[in-house]
Design a protein around this ligand. Structure first.
Ligand code: ADE
Length: 240
């Protein structure tokens, strides 16, 4: 999986992604991350990439030119990589995900769908948004991470890349844990316990110490259902 991120703050992604599980996956080359600074494609010597909105109003709008050129650069990098790896040239344009509160709300199923792609381009906006014309030209997916407004798309892009990366084979130590976890079956995960058996008078549920796999599985299924009913009854409504 190769991620290309078009952003005004490449350092934010470098700092956020090169740690923990995703950091190790990057080191192993299971995933790659290329942050492309939109400012490098400014069409003036001051590096200015935004301007006042036509029609008036508050804030600034990112201009279409630098965003489009940054996108072309990402496509060029993808083509170069394919050539190096003796792969055929792209048969269709790569998917371009624009992070916006106006998009479809991100769900685990979308993470699964995106994880089958070889290359993904993320477009991170700032200020009041990006000129609509370039969005119409390059964006294939508008995605939101929830009904609230952030200052930019970098954190949402990291949220998506994290959720997608952990579905790439080899990124997690055990593929089973990606299968049984919360949301894969529209149920929340059961509670987990580890040593010690007694912590401040609270004991680990006895069934988990029994060594009886059938009973453990049944208990976990019950707990998943109970937890989903208590915390996210909307997920059970959806299953009906
Ligand atoms: N950019 C600003 N707010 C956002 C959100 N909630 N989801 C995705 N991108 C955003």
């Amino acid at each position: 999986m190769n991620f290309y991120v078009l952003t005004l703050f490449p350092q934010m992604l470098e700092d956020g992604m090169r740690v923990s599980v995703i950091g190790r996956a990057l080191e192993k080359g299971l995933i790659t991350l290329t942050a492309i600074n939109i400012r490098d494609f400014a069409r003036n010597k001051h590096g200015k990439v935004d301007d006042y909105p036509y029609g008036g109003g508050a804030g600034m709008v990112m201009q279409p030119g630098p965003v489009y050129d940054a996108y072309l650069h990402a496509v060029k990098l993808i083509e170069e990589r394919r050539k190096e790896q003796n792969l055929k040239p792209l048969s269709k344009k790569p998917r371009v995900i624009y992070l916006t509160p106006q998009g479809s709300v991100f769900k685990q199923k979308m993470a699964q769908d995106f994880s089958y792609e070889e290359d993904l381009i993320f477009l991170c906006g700032h200020y009041e948004g990006i000129d609509e014309r370039v969005l119409e030209m390059i964006v294939t997916d508008n995605i939101s991470i929830g009904d609230y407004v952030l200052t930019g798309g970098e954190m949402p892009a990291m949220v998506l890349m994290d959720a997608i990366s952990r579905l790439v084979p080899g990124v997690l130590n055990n593929d089973i844990s990606a299968e049984t976890e919360s949301f894969t079956e529209d149920l929340l995960e059961y509670p987990q316990y580890t040593r010690p058996v007694v912590f401040m008078d609270k004991e680990v549920p006895e069934v988990l110490l029994s060594g009886h796999h059938g009973k453990v599985d049944r208990w976990r299924q019950e707990q998943s259902l109970k937890r989903t009913m208590e915390r996210r009854p909307d997920l059970l409504e959806k299953k009906k």
